[in-house]
Design a protein around this ligand. Structure first.
Ligand code: KG4
Ligand code: ZN
Length: 335
């Protein structure tokens, strides 16, 4: 079964053709990041306009690369939640139009579910059940994936998402948007014990996260340095910050795995590109004899391929949308 999938939840207009949920036939991603960089973050209105401009060409190119027309496609899939509402609406309405004009079924896909599915494209042996840490610019969840379409949130952030925390800290240190990747690079050359930063815990909820205090801690360190007239050692602060975030994520993730009896751990979402997070999951799982998976770097960020992968399993579970499908800015991954 070949699915044409569309993603427009944030600042990437993307599409793909995916076969049976596991094989990428073609995949095209048009990013708007250079434009949003000027404003230090995603400007929702600009994002919607750029999606409108890009979507037709992206889908045309995706089909061309696959050497297919609609007669070779079996279903249309689209990200419908969660995300920027104006951005999501562009993909949803385009997909509805394609579905109506071709008569192909329309499959609605939850954005975080698709991030998890990016692993199915890279790891043919990966099957639920497993425990997944989904860490993106908007969400930080520990999710028990009992089947392809059955999920339970075990822990989540009480304030900022991990990616948001990375981006805010990076911006405070003068790095361009999106700062996560720049902070990760700066941290490679830094001393992670140079700065003392908190490891916030949420009372009574051992699997929940809190990252907003870390940003304040970074701002305080920057002020202290400037008051003393010393130049801020950006590499050291980046390394200390990255370690604080990754320690928090991994402590709760491993604890949840132990408490719920999972021996297969998976990373997903933009922050799963973080080099320390990848190294730590490898180390922690290897020493316990557990299996671990994370997506290749080109599938960590938003893309259409992951949407087509999850869509296959949604289709098998009977999740088909009617023509009144609407976009939603927020929606639980549990549905
Ligand atoms: O999943 P994603 O592409 O978009 C959302 O659904 O939000 O995640 C984007 C987030 C951004 O906050 C970005 O800075 C972060 O992922 N990110 C990273 C790295 N690469 C991307 N954070 C830390 N280290 C990285 N190497
Ligand atoms: Zn995403």
């Amino acid at each position: 079964m070949k699915i044409l999938s569309i993603e427009s939840s944030c600042d990437e207009t993307a599409a793909a053709v995916i076969e049976n949920g596991r094989k990428i036939i073609s995949s095209v991603v048009a990013t708007q990041v250079e434009e949003h960089k000027l404003y230090g973050g995603v400007v929702p209105e600009i994002a919607s306009r750029r999606h409108c401009e890009a979507i037709n060409g992206v889908i045309r190119e995706t089909l061309e690369q696959a050497e297919l027309d609609f007669s070779g496609i079996d279903a249309i899939a689209v990200t419908y939640a969660p995300g920027l509402i104006g951005a999501l609406l562009v993909g949803v309405n385009f997909a509805k139009g394609l579905s109506m004009s071709t008569g192909l079924p329309l499959i609605p896909v939850h954005h975080l579910r698709s991030h998890i599915a990016s692993n199915y494209l890279a790891h043919q042996d990966l099957k639920p059940p497993f425990l997944c840490l989904v860490v993106s610019g908007g969400h930080s969840h520990i999710v028990e994936v009992s089947d392809y379409t059955r999920m339970k949130v075990i822990g989540k952030t009480r304030d900022d998402a991990a990616g948001e925390a990375f981006d805010k800290a990076a911006r405070t240190m003068g790095m361009p948007y999106p700062g996560g990747i720049h902070l990760d690079k700066a941290a490679q050359n830094g001393d992670d014990s140079a700065f003392k930063l908190p490891r916030p815990k949420v009372d009574g909820c051992p699997y929940d996260f809190s990252f907003s205090g870390l940003k304040t801690a970074v701002i305080n360190q920057i002020h202290n340095a400037s008051q003393k007239g010393v130049e801020l050692p950006v590499n050291d602060l980046s390394a200390s910050f990255r370690k604080a975030v990754v320690d928090s994520l991994m402590d709760n993730f491993i604890r949840a795995a132990e408490d719920f009896g999972h021996k297969k751990l998976v990373l997903a979402g933009g922050v799963s590109a973080n080099s320390l997070l990848r190294k730590r999951v490898e180390e922690e799982c290897s020493k316990r004899g557990w299996k671990y998976y994370y997506p290749p770097l080109n599938l960590c960020g938003d893309n259409g391929a992951m949407v087509g992968s999850q869509a296959y399993y949604e289709y098998l579970a009977g999740n088909i949308a009617s023509t009144d499908l609407n976009a939603r800015a927020t929606m639980s991954i549990e549905l």
